[in-house]
Design a protein around this ligand. Structure first.
Ligand SMILES: [Zn+2]
Length: 267
């Protein structure tokens, strides 16, 4: 099956949850985008997550986040559409711990490393309450830690840490604010001249006109820190001369790094 047909199959419109991007004036999440390095965007309710092949033959993958559907039906469809085996997922990189980003974790094999920052690992393990106005309220009202996942053994990742998986080179950048331990990931294949994808989770979105929208305040722990982290991340990437091909958030369509530079100049 051609890749675009596979993606269409995985990303059939969700009939239960509304498409929130248009409500918030954001770029819609599309499923037929050609993201670099064979990356697949998996739309899962009002969230999305990503599968990136770690080698050219696309038989092994790293996941950026894990969606919101605890039945992991989208993961099953993705694996089936590519005739992948159960052990094809080699690692999960969490941008942060909110319940709409950790859905499939409990379904993965126990030896799959789940990378997460130290502050957010506490939420994942259930020893700290969810952060952000609505997630926190939901946890309190229901007396349940909705972002916690049992049976996960987190691997702590810190600022500027590099990970190599197959031919992928991944660099973690702390973007504290949306949650205390939010992380963005620069992902590239090949040498340093190759452009990176910047996965930002919920640290920012893109508006319909392609400009940067701050993290959604209803779900964000510290809005001022979150806006500052966009500036700091942009500065870091520019100062190191890292080429970025595309910036990929979880709740809106992707955008250009130049939009982050424009955001930075407006501050
Ligand atoms: Zn979030």
């Amino acid at each position: 099956m051609p890749i675009d047909m596979q993606n269409k199959h995985i990303n059939r419109p969700n009939k239960i949850l509304p498409e929130l991007t248009s409500v918030f004036g954001l770029r819609p999440l599309l499923f037929d985008e050609n993201l670099p390095y064979g990356t697949t965007r998996i739309k899962d309710g009002y969230s999305s997550w990503y599968a990136i092949p770690i080698n050219d033959n696309a038989s092994e993958f790293v996941l950026i986040d894990g969606g919101m559907d605890k039945t992991a039906s989208k993961l099953d469809i993705f694996m089936a559409s590519r005739a992948l085996r159960n052990d094809s997922v080699k690692a999960v990189l969490l941008t942060h711990v909110h319940s709409d980003h950790v859905g499939v974790l409990h379904k993965l094999q126990k030896n799959v490393p789940v990378f997460v920052s130290k502050p957010d690992s506490k939420v994942l393990l259930g020893s700290a309450i969810s952060e952000g106005l609505i997630p926190r309220m939901l946890d309190k009202l229901t007396r349940r830690r909705h972002s916690a996942v049992s049976g996960v053994n987190p691997t702590i990742i810190s600022h500027d840490q590099e990970i190599s998986l197959g031919s992928l080179h991944i660099r973690a950048i702390m973007m504290s604010g949306h949650t205390t331990g939010s992380v963005a990931y620069l992902v590239r294949r090949g040498d340093k001249e190759q452009p990176s994808i910047l996965f930002v989770g919920d640290a920012l979105d893109f508006k319909k006109d392609g400009s940067v929208a701050n993290a959604n305040w209803l779900f964000t722990a510290d809005n001022a820190s979150s806006a500052r982290s966009i500036v700091d991340t942009t500065d870091l990437i520019v100062s190191r001369g890292i080429p970025v091909s595309v910036v990929v958030p979880s709740h809106s369509g992707h955008g250009d790094f130049s939009a982050l530079q424009a955001f930075r100049l407006s501050k």
